[in-house]
Design a protein around this ligand. Structure first.
Ligand SMILES: [Zn+2]
Length: 328
């Protein structure tokens, strides 16, 4: 079966079975832990609570069903891989809202013991207690305020942000969780007024956003937006979207003239990375530096700089000044 690459139009491709490893086991555990958690909070079972539980179980069954189909099609020319049978948008939305952040701690075995215990405790208490325990952990273990990933990302882009010829900047992070990169940027951009917007499906960060002065604009992208952003930050997000063309087109529409887009994705340039275990967080796209560059150029972005290092690809691009018309 030949497949035409949506990026470079080559017909040369290879198929790999999408390997999901222990995801099935993890999702099943999550389904029941979530179910019991709901029951605990349900002293009196009202009709609406029951229907909510039923809906939740219904969705988990569909998540389970839909994660185990299809292949990864790997283009032999631009080295891009994509999952040819991803779950529907509806299922993915549900998964990122209720499953994704809960699956990561289950799948990560390398985490230090203390962090693991905190993870377990955090399921039992409310979020403010968790934050308190995290501060305590950070003091005991002398954790740096910022982790290395956001530090590297901001080092990569800061010079271009300093060069913006205005005092007030509007920034957006998509899939931001705690928005470390943009908070770090706000700290580093001395003399500029930095406003941070964020798109995040997981409700657990809501209190944190209020405290950190971050404006949650939507649970999902795209969203109804009348603003124009100076800078949009996406870290390990683009590989999760179903349609890269629509996504990059929609991002371009909310970037202001000369606006910047930062993308970091895992480097899936070699075939071994496609055969690996994707159970932790199922990816839909597997970018190579070549394929990411082509995607950006095809959708009206000029590459400012790219870097491939330590298993990730970083790309900073600028909305092209050419009047761009997408057929995507
Ligand atoms: Zn290709």
């Amino acid at each position: 079966m030949t497949q035409t690459c949506s990026i470079c139009k080559s017909n040369d491709s290879k198929h790999f079975r999408y390997y999901v490893g222990d995801l099935e086991k993890q999702l099943t555990r999550l389904k029941y832990s979530y179910f019991y958690k709901l029951l605990n909070f349900t002293n009196t079972l009202t009709k609406s609570k029951l229907s909510f539980i039923n809906n939740t179980l219904y969705y988990y069954d569909h998540v389970l069903d839909s994660f185990f189909k299809g292949d990864i099609i790997h283009c032999l020319n631009c080295k891009h891989g994509y999952w040819n049978c991803p779950p529907s948008d509806e299922i993915l939305n549900f998964y990122y809202k209720f499953g994704y952040r809960n699956i990561i701690p289950l799948a990560t075995i390398r985490i230090p013991y203390f962090k693991y215990v905190i993870g377990k405790i955090s399921n039992l208490f409310n979020y403010n207690v968790v934050i308190g325990l995290r501060y305590l952990r950070n003091i005991i273990y002398k954790y740096p305020k910022w982790s290395s990933r956001p530090v590297n990302q901001i080092d990569f882009v800061i010079s271009d942000l300093k060069n913006f010829d205005k005092r007030e900047l509007l920034l957006l992070e998509i899939g931001g969780s705690v928005c470390q990169p943009l908070r770090l940027l706000r700290e580093k951009l001395i003399g500029k007024l930095v406003n941070i917007d964020c798109v995040e499906p997981d409700k657990q960060y809501k209190q944190r956003y209020l405290r950190e002065n971050i404006n949650l604009v939507s649970e999902y992208f795209p969203f109804k937006c009348t603003k124009q952003y100076d800078y949009i930050h996406t870290s390990h997000w683009l590989e999760h979207v179903v349609d890269w063309k629509i996504t990059l087109r929609d991002i371009r529409e909310i970037l202001c003239e000369n606006g910047l887009l930062f993308i970091e994705v895992p480097n899936a340039n070699n075939i071994d990375s496609l055969k690996g275990d994707h159970s932790e967080i199922p990816h839909i796209h597997f970018f190579s530096a070549t394929s990411l560059k082509l995607c950006l150029q095809n959708l009206g972005y000029d590459i400012v700089r790219m870097e491939v290092k330590e298993g990730v690809i970083k790309a900073l691009s600028r909305k092209s000044t050419i009047n761009f018309c997408s057929n995507a």
